[in-house]
Write a protein that binds this ligand. Structure first.
Ligand SMILES: [Fe+2]
Length: 455
Protein backbone atom coordinates (compact mmCIF):
# COMPACT_ATOMS: atom_id res chain seq x y z
CA UNK A 1 0.00 0.00 0.00
CA UNK A 2 1.36 3.36 -1.01
CA UNK A 3 1.82 5.83 1.78
CA UNK A 4 1.37 9.60 1.51
CA UNK A 5 3.36 12.11 3.49
CA UNK A 6 1.24 13.83 6.16
CA UNK A 7 1.61 17.32 4.62
CA UNK A 8 0.18 16.04 1.31
CA UNK A 9 -2.92 14.65 3.00
CA UNK A 10 -3.30 17.95 4.85
CA UNK A 11 -3.02 19.86 1.54
CA UNK A 12 -5.61 17.61 -0.11
CA UNK A 13 -8.04 18.00 2.81
CA UNK A 14 -7.56 21.79 2.84
CA UNK A 15 -8.09 21.89 -0.93
CA UNK A 16 -11.28 19.84 -0.67
CA UNK A 17 -12.57 22.10 2.10
CA UNK A 18 -11.84 25.22 0.05
CA UNK A 19 -13.60 23.70 -2.95
CA UNK A 20 -16.63 22.82 -0.83
CA UNK A 21 -16.69 26.37 0.54
CA UNK A 22 -16.50 27.85 -2.98
CA UNK A 23 -19.35 25.60 -4.16
CA UNK A 24 -21.41 26.61 -1.13
CA UNK A 25 -20.77 30.33 -1.73
CA UNK A 26 -21.60 30.00 -5.43
CA UNK A 27 -24.81 28.18 -4.56
CA UNK A 28 -25.72 30.94 -2.12
CA UNK A 29 -25.12 33.74 -4.60
CA UNK A 30 -27.18 31.86 -7.17
CA UNK A 31 -30.20 31.75 -4.83
CA UNK A 32 -32.80 34.13 -6.25
CA UNK A 33 -34.17 36.93 -4.11
CA UNK A 34 -37.49 35.36 -3.24
CA UNK A 35 -38.62 37.63 -0.42
CA UNK A 36 -41.87 38.28 -2.25
CA UNK A 37 -43.00 34.74 -2.96
CA UNK A 38 -46.28 34.13 -4.73
CA UNK A 39 -49.15 32.27 -3.15
CA UNK A 40 -52.91 31.97 -3.45
CA UNK A 41 -53.26 34.58 -0.72
CA UNK A 42 -53.86 38.04 -2.24
CA UNK A 43 -51.05 40.55 -1.83
CA UNK A 44 -50.01 43.90 -3.40
CA UNK A 45 -53.59 45.08 -2.89
CA UNK A 46 -53.94 48.64 -4.14
CA UNK A 47 -56.80 51.08 -4.66
CA UNK A 48 -56.81 53.35 -7.72
CA UNK A 49 -59.50 54.95 -9.85
CA UNK A 50 -60.41 54.31 -13.42
CA UNK A 51 -63.67 56.28 -13.15
CA UNK A 52 -65.46 58.89 -11.04
CA UNK A 53 -64.25 58.81 -7.38
CA UNK A 54 -67.79 59.68 -6.18
CA UNK A 55 -69.29 56.48 -7.60
CA UNK A 56 -66.46 54.06 -8.46
CA UNK A 57 -63.36 52.50 -6.96
CA UNK A 58 -60.87 50.10 -8.52
CA UNK A 59 -58.82 47.52 -6.65
CA UNK A 60 -55.97 45.43 -8.02
CA UNK A 61 -54.07 42.56 -6.41
CA UNK A 62 -51.64 39.70 -7.07
CA UNK A 63 -51.75 35.93 -6.61
CA UNK A 64 -49.95 32.96 -8.06
CA UNK A 65 -51.16 31.65 -11.41
CA UNK A 66 -53.27 28.89 -9.84
CA UNK A 67 -56.02 31.38 -8.91
CA UNK A 68 -58.32 31.54 -11.91
CA UNK A 69 -61.56 32.69 -10.35
CA UNK A 70 -60.83 35.77 -8.29
CA UNK A 71 -63.50 37.99 -6.78
CA UNK A 72 -63.98 41.07 -4.64
CA UNK A 73 -66.74 41.55 -2.11
CA UNK A 74 -68.09 44.93 -1.05
CA UNK A 75 -70.60 46.15 1.53
CA UNK A 76 -71.50 49.36 3.28
CA UNK A 77 -69.10 49.56 6.17
CA UNK A 78 -70.78 49.09 9.52
CA UNK A 79 -69.52 48.59 13.05
CA UNK A 80 -71.43 45.31 13.05
CA UNK A 81 -68.82 42.63 12.29
CA UNK A 82 -70.98 40.44 10.06
CA UNK A 83 -69.87 42.12 6.88
CA UNK A 84 -70.10 38.95 4.79
CA UNK A 85 -73.87 38.59 4.85
CA UNK A 86 -74.37 42.11 3.47
CA UNK A 87 -71.65 41.88 0.82
CA UNK A 88 -72.10 41.57 -2.91
CA UNK A 89 -69.53 39.64 -4.94
CA UNK A 90 -67.94 40.89 -8.14
CA UNK A 91 -65.90 38.74 -10.50
CA UNK A 92 -62.39 40.03 -11.19
CA UNK A 93 -60.70 40.51 -14.53
CA UNK A 94 -57.53 38.38 -14.42
CA UNK A 95 -54.32 39.10 -16.33
CA UNK A 96 -51.56 36.53 -16.76
CA UNK A 97 -48.20 38.24 -16.33
CA UNK A 98 -44.81 36.62 -16.89
CA UNK A 99 -42.62 38.42 -14.38
CA UNK A 100 -38.82 38.71 -14.63
CA UNK A 101 -37.11 36.49 -12.01
CA UNK A 102 -40.49 35.12 -10.84
CA UNK A 103 -42.42 33.48 -13.66
CA UNK A 104 -46.16 33.38 -14.20
CA UNK A 105 -48.35 35.44 -11.89
CA UNK A 106 -51.94 36.58 -11.92
CA UNK A 107 -53.07 40.17 -11.43
CA UNK A 108 -56.73 40.62 -10.63
CA UNK A 109 -58.72 43.79 -10.94
CA UNK A 110 -62.24 44.77 -9.93
CA UNK A 111 -63.94 48.07 -10.61
CA UNK A 112 -66.65 48.75 -8.05
CA UNK A 113 -69.37 50.85 -9.69
CA UNK A 114 -72.69 52.38 -8.70
CA UNK A 115 -71.37 53.44 -5.30
CA UNK A 116 -73.00 56.18 -3.23
CA UNK A 117 -71.00 59.40 -2.79
CA UNK A 118 -69.42 60.34 0.57
CA UNK A 119 -69.91 56.80 1.86
CA UNK A 120 -67.67 54.42 3.78
CA UNK A 121 -67.41 50.95 2.22
CA UNK A 122 -65.78 47.70 3.31
CA UNK A 123 -64.25 45.34 0.76
CA UNK A 124 -62.04 42.28 0.54
CA UNK A 125 -60.48 40.32 -2.29
CA UNK A 126 -59.80 36.62 -2.75
CA UNK A 127 -60.84 33.40 -4.44
CA UNK A 128 -63.63 32.25 -2.14
CA UNK A 129 -61.23 30.43 0.20
CA UNK A 130 -58.22 32.66 0.62
CA UNK A 131 -59.26 36.21 1.48
CA UNK A 132 -57.60 39.48 2.27
CA UNK A 133 -58.69 41.31 5.38
CA UNK A 134 -61.64 43.69 5.08
CA UNK A 135 -60.44 47.16 4.10
CA UNK A 136 -62.39 50.42 4.36
CA UNK A 137 -62.44 53.25 1.83
CA UNK A 138 -64.62 56.32 1.35
CA UNK A 139 -66.10 57.54 -1.89
CA UNK A 140 -65.72 61.21 -2.78
CA UNK A 141 -68.46 63.79 -2.47
CA UNK A 142 -70.22 64.88 -5.66
CA UNK A 143 -69.78 68.48 -4.60
CA UNK A 144 -66.61 70.49 -4.07
CA UNK A 145 -65.61 69.84 -0.49
CA UNK A 146 -62.33 70.30 1.43
CA UNK A 147 -59.91 67.39 1.25
CA UNK A 148 -56.22 66.59 1.73
CA UNK A 149 -53.83 64.49 -0.28
CA UNK A 150 -50.21 63.34 -0.11
CA UNK A 151 -47.57 63.85 -2.81
CA UNK A 152 -44.26 61.96 -3.04
CA UNK A 153 -41.24 62.58 -5.25
CA UNK A 154 -39.10 59.61 -6.30
CA UNK A 155 -39.01 56.57 -3.99
CA UNK A 156 -36.77 54.55 -6.35
CA UNK A 157 -33.92 53.13 -4.18
CA UNK A 158 -33.68 51.28 -0.85
CA UNK A 159 -37.46 51.37 -0.97
CA UNK A 160 -38.13 48.97 1.88
CA UNK A 161 -35.23 50.18 3.97
CA UNK A 162 -35.60 53.95 3.62
CA UNK A 163 -38.65 55.00 1.61
CA UNK A 164 -40.94 53.15 4.01
CA UNK A 165 -40.32 55.88 6.59
CA UNK A 166 -41.54 58.52 4.13
CA UNK A 167 -44.89 56.89 3.34
CA UNK A 168 -45.48 55.93 6.96
CA UNK A 169 -44.66 59.40 8.31
CA UNK A 170 -46.94 60.93 5.66
CA UNK A 171 -49.78 58.65 6.69
CA UNK A 172 -49.21 59.49 10.36
CA UNK A 173 -49.58 63.18 9.53
CA UNK A 174 -52.51 62.83 7.13
CA UNK A 175 -54.39 59.63 7.98
CA UNK A 176 -57.55 60.92 6.31
CA UNK A 177 -55.81 61.80 3.05
CA UNK A 178 -58.03 61.19 0.03
CA UNK A 179 -55.23 59.87 -2.19
CA UNK A 180 -51.46 59.63 -2.65
CA UNK A 181 -49.72 61.04 -5.73
CA UNK A 182 -46.47 59.32 -6.76
CA UNK A 183 -44.62 61.57 -9.22
CA UNK A 184 -42.67 58.81 -10.98
CA UNK A 185 -39.66 56.57 -10.35
CA UNK A 186 -41.48 54.43 -7.84
CA UNK A 187 -38.76 51.82 -8.41
CA UNK A 188 -35.26 51.76 -9.93
CA UNK A 189 -35.54 48.90 -12.43
CA UNK A 190 -38.87 48.86 -14.18
CA UNK A 191 -39.43 45.10 -14.36
CA UNK A 192 -37.54 43.95 -11.26
CA UNK A 193 -40.14 42.23 -9.13
CA UNK A 194 -38.36 42.55 -5.77
CA UNK A 195 -38.36 46.33 -6.15
CA UNK A 196 -42.12 46.36 -6.70
CA UNK A 197 -42.32 43.94 -3.77
CA UNK A 198 -40.46 46.46 -1.63
CA UNK A 199 -42.69 49.30 -2.84
CA UNK A 200 -45.82 47.38 -1.89
CA UNK A 201 -44.32 46.28 1.42
CA UNK A 202 -43.43 49.87 2.34
CA UNK A 203 -46.99 51.06 1.67
CA UNK A 204 -48.51 47.85 3.06
CA UNK A 205 -52.16 48.12 4.01
CA UNK A 206 -52.23 51.88 3.37
CA UNK A 207 -52.46 51.03 -0.33
CA UNK A 208 -55.65 49.10 0.35
CA UNK A 209 -57.26 52.09 2.10
CA UNK A 210 -56.01 55.25 0.38
CA UNK A 211 -56.11 55.29 -3.43
CA UNK A 212 -52.89 55.94 -5.33
CA UNK A 213 -52.44 58.24 -8.33
CA UNK A 214 -49.14 57.16 -9.91
CA UNK A 215 -47.20 58.89 -12.70
CA UNK A 216 -44.60 56.97 -14.71
CA UNK A 217 -40.96 58.09 -14.52
CA UNK A 218 -37.94 57.18 -16.61
CA UNK A 219 -37.21 54.27 -14.26
CA UNK A 220 -40.61 52.78 -15.04
CA UNK A 221 -39.21 52.23 -18.55
CA UNK A 222 -36.88 49.47 -19.75
CA UNK A 223 -34.80 48.77 -22.85
CA UNK A 224 -36.33 46.06 -25.00
CA UNK A 225 -33.07 44.66 -26.40
CA UNK A 226 -34.87 42.13 -28.56
CA UNK A 227 -36.71 44.91 -30.36
CA UNK A 228 -34.07 47.46 -31.26
CA UNK A 229 -33.67 48.75 -27.68
CA UNK A 230 -37.14 50.25 -27.76
CA UNK A 231 -38.03 51.96 -24.48
CA UNK A 232 -41.06 50.30 -22.98
CA UNK A 233 -43.27 50.86 -19.94
CA UNK A 234 -42.78 48.37 -17.08
CA UNK A 235 -44.62 45.15 -17.80
CA UNK A 236 -46.04 45.44 -14.28
CA UNK A 237 -47.54 48.96 -14.63
CA UNK A 238 -50.84 48.28 -16.37
CA UNK A 239 -51.57 44.90 -14.73
CA UNK A 240 -51.02 46.29 -11.21
CA UNK A 241 -52.52 49.81 -11.49
CA UNK A 242 -56.10 50.01 -12.75
CA UNK A 243 -56.21 53.55 -14.17
CA UNK A 244 -58.25 55.54 -16.70
CA UNK A 245 -57.92 54.64 -20.38
CA UNK A 246 -58.86 58.07 -21.73
CA UNK A 247 -55.30 59.26 -22.51
CA UNK A 248 -53.76 59.58 -25.97
CA UNK A 249 -53.38 56.32 -27.86
CA UNK A 250 -50.55 54.21 -26.49
CA UNK A 251 -50.31 56.32 -23.33
CA UNK A 252 -53.43 54.94 -21.65
CA UNK A 253 -53.05 54.51 -17.86
CA UNK A 254 -50.02 56.84 -17.86
CA UNK A 255 -51.84 59.97 -19.09
CA UNK A 256 -55.17 60.56 -17.38
CA UNK A 257 -57.18 62.82 -15.13
CA UNK A 258 -59.37 62.38 -12.09
CA UNK A 259 -61.85 64.92 -10.73
CA UNK A 260 -62.00 64.95 -6.97
CA UNK A 261 -64.31 67.29 -5.01
CA UNK A 262 -63.66 70.43 -7.02
CA UNK A 263 -60.12 69.66 -8.17
CA UNK A 264 -58.94 68.17 -11.45
CA UNK A 265 -55.80 66.04 -11.00
CA UNK A 266 -54.04 65.56 -14.34
CA UNK A 267 -51.26 62.99 -14.79
CA UNK A 268 -48.90 63.32 -17.77
CA UNK A 269 -46.15 61.05 -19.05
CA UNK A 270 -43.00 63.20 -19.17
CA UNK A 271 -40.79 60.23 -20.01
CA UNK A 272 -42.54 59.81 -23.35
CA UNK A 273 -42.55 63.60 -23.80
CA UNK A 274 -38.87 64.21 -23.07
CA UNK A 275 -37.29 61.05 -24.38
CA UNK A 276 -39.69 59.64 -26.94
CA UNK A 277 -41.14 62.57 -28.89
CA UNK A 278 -44.59 62.56 -27.38
CA UNK A 279 -44.82 66.05 -25.86
CA UNK A 280 -46.99 67.54 -28.61
CA UNK A 281 -49.75 64.96 -28.70
CA UNK A 282 -49.97 65.04 -24.91
CA UNK A 283 -50.24 68.84 -25.19
CA UNK A 284 -53.20 68.49 -27.56
CA UNK A 285 -54.91 66.11 -25.14
CA UNK A 286 -53.99 68.36 -22.19
CA UNK A 287 -55.49 71.43 -23.85
CA UNK A 288 -58.83 69.67 -24.21
CA UNK A 289 -58.76 68.54 -20.59
CA UNK A 290 -57.86 72.06 -19.38
CA UNK A 291 -60.37 73.86 -21.61
CA UNK A 292 -63.36 71.79 -20.55
CA UNK A 293 -62.64 71.83 -16.85
CA UNK A 294 -65.49 72.64 -14.45
CA UNK A 295 -63.25 72.37 -11.37
CA UNK A 296 -61.99 75.32 -9.36
CA UNK A 297 -58.54 73.85 -8.81
CA UNK A 298 -56.21 72.20 -11.31
CA UNK A 299 -53.20 70.18 -10.25
CA UNK A 300 -50.86 68.55 -12.77
CA UNK A 301 -48.29 65.87 -11.94
CA UNK A 302 -45.56 64.17 -13.97
CA UNK A 303 -41.97 63.09 -13.45
CA UNK A 304 -39.45 65.37 -15.23
CA UNK A 305 -39.38 69.00 -14.01
CA UNK A 306 -40.39 71.92 -16.24
CA UNK A 307 -37.73 73.90 -14.38
CA UNK A 308 -34.85 71.76 -13.16
CA UNK A 309 -33.30 71.91 -9.72
CA UNK A 310 -30.37 69.51 -10.01
CA UNK A 311 -27.12 70.03 -11.88
CA UNK A 312 -26.99 68.91 -15.50
CA UNK A 313 -30.76 68.58 -15.99
CA UNK A 314 -32.99 70.36 -18.49
CA UNK A 315 -36.25 69.41 -20.19
CA UNK A 316 -36.93 72.15 -22.77
CA UNK A 317 -39.67 70.12 -24.50
CA UNK A 318 -41.86 70.57 -21.44
CA UNK A 319 -41.38 74.35 -21.48
CA UNK A 320 -42.10 74.48 -25.19
CA UNK A 321 -45.24 72.34 -25.24
CA UNK A 322 -46.74 72.22 -21.75
CA UNK A 323 -45.78 75.35 -19.82
CA UNK A 324 -47.74 77.76 -22.09
CA UNK A 325 -50.89 75.67 -21.49
CA UNK A 326 -50.37 75.65 -17.72
CA UNK A 327 -50.28 79.46 -17.85
CA UNK A 328 -53.09 79.97 -20.37
CA UNK A 329 -55.54 77.77 -18.47
CA UNK A 330 -54.55 78.75 -14.91
CA UNK A 331 -53.03 75.51 -13.61
CA UNK A 332 -52.50 76.04 -9.89
CA UNK A 333 -49.88 73.49 -8.94
CA UNK A 334 -47.36 71.34 -10.84
CA UNK A 335 -45.93 68.39 -8.86
CA UNK A 336 -42.77 66.73 -10.18
CA UNK A 337 -39.80 64.53 -9.24
CA UNK A 338 -36.69 63.22 -11.03
CA UNK A 339 -34.09 65.69 -9.68
CA UNK A 340 -33.56 64.10 -6.22
CA UNK A 341 -33.64 67.50 -4.55
CA UNK A 342 -36.38 69.85 -3.36
CA UNK A 343 -37.29 73.04 -5.21
CA UNK A 344 -40.38 75.23 -5.11
CA UNK A 345 -41.10 78.45 -6.97
CA UNK A 346 -43.46 80.40 -9.18
CA UNK A 347 -43.93 83.64 -11.08
CA UNK A 348 -42.11 82.37 -14.11
CA UNK A 349 -44.46 83.62 -16.80
CA UNK A 350 -42.81 82.57 -20.00
CA UNK A 351 -40.05 84.95 -21.06
CA UNK A 352 -39.86 86.78 -17.77
CA UNK A 353 -38.54 86.28 -14.27
CA UNK A 354 -40.37 89.25 -12.73
CA UNK A 355 -41.89 88.42 -9.38
CA UNK A 356 -45.09 90.36 -8.85
CA UNK A 357 -46.47 88.86 -5.63
CA UNK A 358 -49.07 86.81 -7.45
CA UNK A 359 -48.73 83.16 -8.24
CA UNK A 360 -48.92 81.65 -11.68
CA UNK A 361 -48.53 77.89 -11.72
CA UNK A 362 -46.59 76.87 -8.63
CA UNK A 363 -43.86 74.39 -9.54
CA UNK A 364 -42.58 71.85 -7.00
CA UNK A 365 -39.88 69.20 -7.35
CA UNK A 366 -39.46 66.79 -4.46
CA UNK A 367 -37.84 63.53 -3.43
CA UNK A 368 -39.07 60.96 -0.91
CA UNK A 369 -36.47 58.19 -1.29
CA UNK A 370 -32.80 58.25 -0.26
CA UNK A 371 -31.03 58.95 -3.59
CA UNK A 372 -29.73 62.54 -3.55
CA UNK A 373 -28.31 64.95 -6.15
CA UNK A 374 -26.73 68.42 -5.97
CA UNK A 375 -28.57 71.64 -6.74
CA UNK A 376 -27.56 73.51 -9.87
CA UNK A 377 -25.90 76.73 -8.72
CA UNK A 378 -27.39 78.49 -11.77
CA UNK A 379 -31.01 77.51 -11.10
CA UNK A 380 -32.71 80.62 -9.77
CA UNK A 381 -36.38 79.88 -10.02
CA UNK A 382 -36.77 78.36 -6.55
CA UNK A 383 -37.99 80.23 -3.48
CA UNK A 384 -37.20 77.27 -1.24
CA UNK A 385 -34.82 74.40 -1.90
CA UNK A 386 -33.17 71.46 -0.19
CA UNK A 387 -30.49 68.87 -0.77
CA UNK A 388 -29.90 65.59 1.01
CA UNK A 389 -33.39 65.50 2.55
CA UNK A 390 -36.18 62.92 2.28
CA UNK A 391 -39.53 64.70 2.18
CA UNK A 392 -43.25 64.18 1.75
CA UNK A 393 -45.92 66.76 1.05
CA UNK A 394 -49.43 67.20 2.39
CA UNK A 395 -51.76 69.41 0.36
CA UNK A 396 -55.07 70.62 1.72
CA UNK A 397 -57.64 71.92 -0.80
CA UNK A 398 -60.57 74.13 0.21
CA UNK A 399 -63.05 76.19 -1.79
CA UNK A 400 -60.84 79.24 -2.28
CA UNK A 401 -57.60 78.18 -0.58
CA UNK A 402 -54.93 75.58 -1.17
CA UNK A 403 -52.48 74.92 1.64
CA UNK A 404 -49.21 73.17 0.78
CA UNK A 405 -46.81 71.69 3.34
CA UNK A 406 -43.50 69.95 2.67
CA UNK A 407 -42.27 67.95 5.64
CA UNK A 408 -39.01 66.10 6.22
CA UNK A 409 -39.39 62.38 6.93
CA UNK A 410 -38.75 63.23 10.58
CA UNK A 411 -41.98 65.25 10.52
CA UNK A 412 -40.55 68.77 10.57
CA UNK A 413 -42.28 71.43 8.50
CA UNK A 414 -39.72 72.48 5.87
CA UNK A 415 -41.71 74.49 3.37
CA UNK A 416 -45.22 75.82 3.06
CA UNK A 417 -47.41 78.21 1.13
CA UNK A 418 -51.01 79.06 0.59
CA UNK A 419 -52.64 79.83 -2.73
CA UNK A 420 -55.75 82.00 -2.51
CA UNK A 421 -58.14 81.75 -5.47
CA UNK A 422 -59.21 85.16 -6.75
CA UNK A 423 -61.92 85.77 -9.34
CA UNK A 424 -60.49 86.32 -12.84
CA UNK A 425 -56.99 86.92 -11.51
CA UNK A 426 -53.93 84.92 -10.74
CA UNK A 427 -53.80 83.27 -7.31
CA UNK A 428 -52.49 85.24 -4.35
CA UNK A 429 -49.43 83.55 -2.86
CA UNK A 430 -49.00 83.57 0.91
CA UNK A 431 -45.55 82.26 1.72
CA UNK A 432 -45.38 80.08 4.83
CA UNK A 433 -41.86 78.80 4.48
CA UNK A 434 -40.47 77.31 7.69
CA UNK A 435 -37.86 79.44 9.43
CA UNK A 436 -35.39 76.55 9.59
CA UNK A 437 -32.10 76.94 7.70
CA UNK A 438 -31.88 75.73 4.15
CA UNK A 439 -30.75 72.10 4.05
CA UNK A 440 -27.71 71.64 1.80
CA UNK A 441 -25.28 68.75 1.39
CA UNK A 442 -22.30 69.17 3.58
CA UNK A 443 -20.01 67.54 1.04
CA UNK A 444 -17.24 68.80 -1.20
CA UNK A 445 -18.58 69.06 -4.76
CA UNK A 446 -16.41 66.21 -6.02
CA UNK A 447 -17.76 63.79 -3.40
CA UNK A 448 -21.43 64.28 -4.18
CA UNK A 449 -23.09 62.20 -6.89
CA UNK A 450 -23.84 64.14 -10.04
CA UNK A 451 -27.15 63.86 -11.79
CA UNK A 452 -25.93 61.77 -14.65
CA UNK A 453 -28.81 59.59 -15.78
CA UNK A 454 -30.58 60.30 -18.99
CA UNK A 455 -32.97 61.52 -19.97
FE1 LIG B 1 -36.14 60.02 -12.79
Amino acid sequence: MKSYPFFRIRTLVAGALLLALAVLLAAQTAVPDDRYRLSRVPDRIILTWSGDPASTQAVTWRTDASVHSAVAQIALADAHPDIESAARTIQARTTLLDVEDVGLTHRHSVGFTGLAPSTLYAYRVGDGEQWSEWFHFSTASREPEPFSFIYFGDAQNDIRSKWSRAIRAAYSDAPKASFMIHAGDLVNRANRDVEWGEWFEAGGWLNGMIPSIPAAGNHEYWNDERNGNARRLSTQWRPQFTLPNHGPEGLEETVYYIDYQGARIIVLNSMEAVGMGRAEDQARWLEGVLRDNPNRWTIVTFHHPVFSVARGRDNPALREHWQPLFERYGVDLVLQGHDHTYGRGTNLMQGTTVRDGEAGPMYVVSVSGPKMYRIDAGAEWMDRLAEDTQLYQIIHVEHDKLLFEARTVTGELYDGFELVKLENRRNRLVDQMAGTPERRQNLPAAAAPAASETP
